[in-house]
Design a protein around this ligand. Structure first.
Ligand code: FMN
Length: 175
């Protein structure tokens, strides 16, 4: 299976990275081909709505060009992000908005996993990102295979002392 990992944190060794690493440790590397892009460390502009993509491809010459091919070929998408104001981080949302250039090609069978971390532990923290994820997956016809919302995990020490790292490993094992 081709697995495309898209991350949204600007903290290289932050909580969502640790959650993701545990998830990836669970995955059988022999059976799966994993490609990872860390949006915060790439040059990926927001969509300019120039509609240049009506010509067939996005005309912006930035790092998103590397992602398009893997995105089309992915059987599974993994989003790993800190929750920023109840949603994906802007870095990751930029990548998602740029899906627009190949929108038609993305209405194919894919599975999706969301790994998200947040400081607060109230349930409402996850409501907007859940709705957004469901809407995007419904639109493209993608199946949500799993979600982990690591609440109360604002810092690495918090998530190390939580149940979520084990959960992420298990989820990785089960794909
Ligand atoms: C700009 C910004 C917005 C944030 N918004 C929220 C929020 O809405 N709810 C919340 O619980 N935590 C919020 N946080 C905290 C992060 O989600 C939390 O620290 C997370 O663990 C960071 O993940 P990372 O270490 O992978 O970057 C915010 C942090 C930042 C910097």
């Amino acid at each position: 299976m081709n697995i495309l990992v898209l991350t949204g944190s600007p903290r290289k060794n932050g909580t969502s990275n640790l959650l993701l690493e545990n998830f990836l440790n669970g995955i059988d590397k022999e059976k799966n081909n994993i490609k990872r892009y860390d949006a915060a460390f790439l040059k990926i502009d927001g969509c300019s709505a120039c509609y240049g993509c009506e010509s067939g491809k996005c005309i912006k010459k930035d790092d998103m060009q590397d992602i398009y091919n893997d995105l089309q070929n992915a059987d599974m998408l993994i989003f790993a992000t800190p929750i920023y104001y109840y949603n994906f981080s802007a870095q990751l949302k930029n990548v998602i908005d740029r899906f627009y250039a190949i929108d038609e090609e993305l209405h194919t069978k894919k599975e999706v996993i969301l790994l998200a971390t947040a400081y607060n532990d109230e349930e409402r923290v996850t409501m907007p990102i859940q709705v957004e994820l469901e809407a995007i997956c419904d639109y493209f016809g993608w199946k949500i295979k799993g979600t982990i919302y690591a609440l109360g995990c604002g810092e690495v020490e918090d998530i190390k002392n939580s149940k979520y790292l084990k959960e992420a490993y298990k989820l990785g094992k089960n794909i």
